[in-house]
Design a protein around this ligand. Structure first.
Ligand SMILES: [Ca+2]
Ligand SMILES: [Ca+2]
Length: 135
């Protein structure tokens, strides 16, 4: 993003590069090998769509997310992880899958993807025993 000074003060945010996903072009076909004097021609419109490639990884919007687990309750969403993926929303290039790769050896948590927002919802599936007091 770049910032442009607004004539009356204030700022307008402009995207640095504009991504065009569709082009409408007009094509002319001429016979007689394109000879302008003798050839006959016609035009048609072609709509060209640029297909999205997966060139952007999902980026977690924060290094650290935190949440609180209520004691003795399962099936509660305790934290919401948010990602940004610059590829086409709701395409396979954009949909995120979250995986817990360490720190949950007893399987207390699972992460489901919100299909609308692409957020990762950390959910308690087994009661964590966080507060055990020694007798
Ligand atoms: Ca992507
Ligand atoms: Ca892309």
């Amino acid at each position: 993003m770049s910032l442009m000074t607004h004539p009356r003060g204030g700022f307008t945010a402009l995207p640095l590069q504009m991504k065009v996903s569709q082009y409408t072009i007009i094509v002319q076909a001429t016979d007689m090998e394109g000879n302008l004097n003798f050839g006959l021609s016609n035009t048609a419109t072609a709509i060209i769509t640029v297909t999205d490639i997966n060139d952007n990884p999902p980026m977690l919007t924060s290094r650290t997310f935190s949440g609180e687990v209520p004691e003795n309750r399962v099936d509660v969403v305790v934290a919401n992880l948010t990602v940004i993926d610059a590829d086409q929303p709701h395409s396979p290039n954009w949909n995120a899958i979250y995986q817990i790769i360490s720190g949950d050896q007893f399987g207390h948590f699972t992460i489901r993807t919100d299909p609308v927002t692409n957020d990762g919802m950390v959910t308690v599936v087994k009661i964590p025993s966080g507060f055990q007091h020694k007798q």
